[in-house]
Structure formats: C-alpha cells, structure tokens
Design a protein around this ligand. Structure first.
Ligand code: PLP
Length: 442
C-alpha cells in the first residue's frame, strides 16, 4: 500500500525547505567584483575582457578557436554562415528545440527542414535526417536537447556521406560527454547560449567554437567588424570585405558578461559534478517505477548530461492505463514538487514555418528561396505528441539526500496511485509545452 495522495487529502511528500538547492546561477562576491571592475574601468564595450574569456573557454573545450557573441542566437547564426549556408540552401534541424537552433537560416536566405526526434533521447533522429537530405542541404543542426547528447556518431557518418556540415547546438549541454568526448567538439562548429537560465550562465551572451579556420573567420567577418581586418584574416577570399561586417550585424559580447564568464568557468566543472550527483540520485530512486523513465544516457555509455539544463523526465502512459501526463503532474504538484507537462512545442506547427512572409517575398519565407516545398516534409508524429510523453523535473544544484528523496517520492506516489488518478483524469489539452519554454532562475 502506498500513502494517500496529497491531491486527495493525504500528507505531502515534500516537506523540507528547499533552501538554495534550486538557486541558479550561483553568484558570489567574486562575480560582483569582476563586474564592478568592468564598470569602473569604463570598458563595458571593447574586447580586452572578452578575449580573455574566449581563451579560457577555448582551453576548457579544447578547440582551436572560440568567438564570443552577444547571444547564443547570434553564435548559431554565425555558425550557419560559417558553414556557407546561403540563398536557397536547406538546414536540417529537429522540430523539438528552441527556435534559435536554426530559425536564423531565414536571415541567410536559406530554409529549414525539420527532422523527427527520438522518443527516448528527445534528440534528432538520424534515420529521419537521411530521409530529409537533398542536394540543397548544407548543414545539420544537432541539438543536445535538455542535456542529452545527440547521436553524434551516426549524425557525423551521414554528414560525411553527403558532404554536409554539422553544427552542434550546445545551449543545453555545456560539459556533457558523448561517449567520453565533450559535446561541441564533434561537429564542424558549435554554438552555445550562455544566457542566465542556462547551466553555463553568464548573462546575455553566446560563444562559438570550432577547429576550422575558415568557419572561424567567416563567423568573425559576419558580425565582428572590429576584428575583421586584412592582417588578421588568412582566408584569401574574405579579405575583400574586411573592415565592415559582411552580415551587417554587430555581435560582440558585453564585457560585463565576459567578466562573469571568467569567474563561472573557474567553478563550472565542480558545480556540474554536484548537479550530476544529485540528478542521478533522483533518477536512481525512480528506477523501475511504472510510467516514468529517466531522460539520461545509459550508465556505462561514457555519455553524461552536463549541467542538466531544464531537466525533464519521460512519461509512458501505456504503463499507467493511459493516465494523462496533465493529471499525473497535477498530483505531483499537490505533493509539493513543481513540475509541468510537456517540453518545447513542435516548431513546425507554428505559422512562421507555414504562412508568414517576413521579408516581403510575396510568399511564405519558409519557401521564398527554396527549390521544393519543404513544408510537405513536416510529417513528424513523434514531435507532435512529445508533449504528452514528457514533464519537467526539479533541477537540483546540490546533493541534499532528504530533499531529493522527498521530490522523487512525489513522482513515485503519483505513479503508484495511478488508478485513483484515472478516476479524475480529463486527458491532456491539445497543446502541452510552449515555443518559448525556459526555466526561470529559481
Ligand atoms: C537558449 C537557446 C538558444 C539561444 O540562445 P540565446 O542566448 O537565448 O540567444 C539556442 N538554442 C537553444 C537550444 C537554446 O535553448
């Protein structure tokens, strides 16, 4: 027998004060002093602090080049430009991700082709990638979604076979390992958001890393006019435009963000070690509970979840006689544990990918320069139902055994009492999740 659900008047599973276990990012006097120094030096613009941050980040990743940006969105746009994505080209990306994984393709005159996600990893499905390739495909964006490393071996093999570049979107997975290798070092180039909600959090900002000199220089040329100088550029054809940004953008990082980044990078490995210990303990406690399944790589795979950004769980309603994730989450919340059903809404269901004419082409931007109607390829049943198969879980930043056990128990109670919940279940609403899903800071 399990205890009566709090939803029906039983005792709550979560009783202990969470303290600072959910507080993120961790900000100390060291960060404050670093930011104050930038202010007092009146060096909010400029690149001296940013160059230092780039060098530390580059060393941490182990890449040849790192280039800081005003946002992750900008870093990924420049990564696509770096891969020579241009007018009429196609970029393959998962439909389940944040829009900034590849919507920027529009601004380059290119379009987006969506691929399906895998229901266990929530990352792009390599089988579907191969079906979506055409002679216009220039790049694949592999998103390590909610920290789970995408299947890079298969993605790289497909890219090699067709001569396509791979952009890694590491905005959810700083420090995650794929079979022992750091994500962001496997594809041709990587873009990372470093905004405050992410696991590597410095304020608004992003960074690009690559080992490819030409990609790096194209990214510089695109939005870093002050560094786009003939004496610094080696790629011959890029010298012509030096002095002005080819993209018409100014993308350098705010130096207060760079200053915060220089402090964050000193402690990040240590911090995610604690997060991993806490999050893995949470899932260990729920191993074998019907209806719920951990979203993490197998233990002996050499792969890890990095900082567990926006951690989610997998929901398997067939193991609970079809109980909706909506009612399941309602019961968990009543236990004192915050959770909500769904994750990112499938991007291909938004009008921006159907009808919206952004630039005045007189037709939808998605197909403005395309050589085929790529909207017809949006047959993505898993992406469309992924909301009913996922829910958010607490993102623990420290290992406090009792707090973690209480939160795990909230999920366990809801699952084990599913028969009671079936009696009040009204199913899921049509849409679960959102297009602009991201966690607040605490
Ligand atoms: C946050 C995020 C971005 C964009 O980063 P910003 O720094 O917010 O511009 C890109 N891709 C993914 C997957 C993200 O979550």
């Amino acid at each position: 027998m399990t205890e009566k659900l709090a939803l029906f008047g039983g005792p709550k599973a979560v009783t202990k004060d969470p303290g600072d276990i959910f507080t993120w990012p961790i900000i100390t006097e060291e960060h404050e002093q670093a930011v104050l120094k930038v202010l007092r030096d009146r060096s909010m613009s400029g690149t001296d602090v940013t160059l230092k941050f780039e060098e530390e980040y580059r060393k941490w990743v182990g890449s040849k080049y790192a280039l800081a940006f005003s946002s992750g969105t900008a870093s990924l746009q420049a990564a696509l430009y770096g891969c020579k994505v241009g007018v009429g080209d196609e970029v393959i990306m998962p439909s389940i991700t944040y829009w900034a994984s590849g919507l920027q393709a529009y601004s380059l005159g290119a379009t987006v082709v969506f691929a399906e996600v895998d229901p266990d990893t929530l990352c792009i499905d390599p089988d579907d990638i191969e079906k979506k390739i055409s002679d216009k495909t220039k790049a694949i964006v592999a998103v390590h979604y909610m920290g789970y490393p995408a299947d890079m071996d298969r993605i790289m093999a497909i890219a090699k076979k067709y001569g396509i570049k791979v952009v890694e979107d590491v905005s959810h997975a700083h420090g995650a390992l794929y079979k022992g290798r750091l994500v962001g070092t496997i594809g041709d180039v990587a873009g990372y958001s470093l905004m405050t909600g992410k696991s590597f959090a410095i304020g608004e900002g992003g960074i690009l890393t690559t080992d490819d000199r030409e990609i790096y220089e194209r990214a510089v040329a695109f939005g870093h006019y002050e560094r786009y100088r003939p004496d610094l550029i080696q790629t011959e054809y890029l010298k012509e435009g030096a002095g002005l940004p080819l993209g018409g953008y100014k993308y350098r990082m705010h130096q207060m963000s760079s200053a915060v980044g220089l402090v964050q990078i000193k402690y990040y490995d240590e911090q995610i070690k604690k997060i991993q210990e806490a999050m893995n303990y949470f899932w260990d406690l729920l191993e074998g509970v019907p209806g719920i399944k951990a979203h993490r790589p197998p233990k002996d795979s050499g792969s890890t979840m990095g900082g567990w950004y926006a951690a989610h769980g997998l929901y398997r309603p067939d193991e609970l006689e079809g109980l909706s994730v909506t009612t399941f989450c309602k019961a968990v919340r009543a236990e004192g544990c915050s959770t909500s059903p769904g994750c990112n809404l499938a991007l291909h269901t938004h009008p921006l990918f159907h009808t919206v004419d952004v630039y005045g082409h007189g037709k939808p931007t998605r197909i403005a320069n395309a050589s085929r109607d790529v909207r017809e390829l949006d047959v993505l049943p898993v992406s469309e139902k992924i909301g009913s198969m996922t829910y958010s879980i607490p993102w623990f930043k420290h290992y406090d055994k009792e707090i973690i056990e209480q939160h795990a128990n909230a999920f366990k109670k809801a699952a084990l009492n599913y028969k009671e919940l079936l009696k009040i279940d009204e199913g899921n609403p049509e849409k679960l999740g959102g297009f602009n899903f991201f966690r607040s800071t605490r």
